[in-house]
Ligand binder design. Structure first.
Ligand code: CTP
Length: 401
């Protein structure tokens, strides 16, 4: 974990003393650790202990004039790769789930954009309470990772689930996060995302409800895992992930030009954009006016199929397509896989509720060239992105490619 940048968030439970051990071991393995404490964590172990062991100032109060002035917590949040909250109390989980920010740790959490690992510890009654279960479900659906507490004797005297996971288990989870991080080192990804806008006149266009979330998650995870990423995106309301080479576009035609231009310098193309299949034959220069009760007939012409063009150029890249279907999911996806000469296709049923275009989660089926079909369960888009990147990585390493 040499030079890994970690924020260790400590909230107020009896298990705070174990956070001291986690910090000591992380520092021993070469990590650069900043400690951030909740309002009451200092009742168990003083900030000074964490300061001495980390060699860094500890952020533990919101209203310290010196630290507040230079927005210390924002800077800490911006520079770290992973936030580990250990122990996470029921109260801290509630604040994180509902966006409350009334102390140093809950503030930092809201400002933090990287990955988050949570190790809860609490009384077994609290652990089983529906409010806590719901908060954990909410945080998991947003892609946060958990190391569940262990069963055993708790500080309150009872025996049950709630004891902070063993330090070695938490450490292993942190190590695997950083090991996975660099497995795409040296690989170049070209990712497309979002819808396209096909203009009708200066104020109207044809489009679809794609949010771009899936493609942005792929770009972000590929970057996080050490890949070099170009993200070509149609119009979305998302912020481009940091560190990716971002190329915005509007129309299918513009997206096609960008893809063909960038293709040479990539190893893998992932076409997750919902490219418009038709555009108006003619772009009206002025806004089309209503003509009484008369309807409007628009003549549409097909856009260029970007993937087909890529297949024709035959540059030997690994190519992944998406298939958004409302019926015959597998058959339609297989047909596209063959027609567009793809290495992998990711199919999703956009008619199913809770998945697809605007959602934070997705349920997809991945099909490869040999027609191996893998149905993945409903998962946050970031997890789907990671699983897809795992499949791409194993294909890149396979001798047949
Ligand atoms: N695609 C593309 N160029 C287009 C349209 C789609 O490269 N003009 C890509 C998409 O990015 C996706 C794949 O082709 O990776 C399949 O897109 P989809 O819209 O599901 O299928 P179409 O080929 O457009 O076929 P249909 O709309 O008839 O299902």
């Amino acid at each position: 974990m040499k030079n890994a940048k970690i924020v260790l968030g400590v909230s107020a439970g009896i298990a705070v003393y174990k956070a001291v051990e986690i910090l000591r071991l992380l520092v021993k393995e070469g990590a650069d650790v900043r400690v951030v404490m909740s309002a009451n964590a200092g009742q168990f172990v003083t900030p000074l202990t964490f300061e001495a062991l980390s060699g860094n100032p500890v952020y533990h109060t919101l209203f310290d004039s010196q630290n507040s002035a230079d927005m210390e917590h924002i800077r800490v949040a911006e520079n770290a790769d992973l936030l580990v909250v250990a122990p996470a109390t029921a109260s801290m989980l509630g604040k994180m789930a509902h966006g409350l920010a009334d102390d140093a740790l809950s503030n930092l959490y809201l400002a933090f954009k990287g990955s988050v690992l949570i190790a809860p510890a609490m009384n077994e009654g609290m652990w089983g309470h529906p409010a806590v279960r719901e908060n954990i479900g909410l945080l998991k659906s947003r892609g946060l990772e958990f190391v569940d507490p262990e069963y055993g004797e708790l500080a309150c005297g009872v025996t049950g689930p709630g004891r902070l996971a063993d330090t070695s288990v938490i450490l292993e989870k942190i190590r695997s996060f950083f090991n996975q991080r660099n497995d795409l080192n040296g690989m170049r990804f070209l990712v497309t995302a979002g819808p396209t806008h096909e203009p009708i006149d200066p104020v109207r266009y044809l489009s679809n409800p794609s949010s771009g979330k899936m493609g942005y998650a792929i770009a972000e995870q590929a970057k996080t895992r050490g890949g070099e990423v170009v993200l070509i995106s149609g119009p979305t309301s998302l912020k481009p992930p940091s560190g990716v080479n971002f190329k915005p576009c509007k129309t299918a035609d513009e997206m096609n030009s960008l893809v063909q231009e960038c293709l040479q310098n990539c190893d893998v193309l992932i076409m997750s954009a919902a490219v418009g299949d038709f555009s108006p034959e003619k772009l009206e220069k002025e806004k089309i006016k209503k003509q009484g009760n008369e309807g409007l007939v628009l003549k549409l012409v097909p856009t260029k199929d970007i993937l087909l063009e890529v297949a024709q150029r035959n540059l030997g890249k690994l190519v992944v397509g998406f298939a958004a279907e409302t019926q015959n999911l597998v058959e339609s996806a297989l047909e596209k896989l063959k027609k567009k000469n793809l290495d992998l296709i990711v199919a999703n049923d956009i008619s199913a509720p809770g998945i697809g275009f605007q959602s934070d989660s997705n349920q997809v089926t991945i099909i490869d060239r040999d027609e191996n079909i893998e149905n993945l369960p409903l998962k946050p888009k970031r997890d789907i992105a990671d699983l897809l990147l795992d499949r791409i990585l194993s294909l890149l390493k396979s001798p047949e490619l």
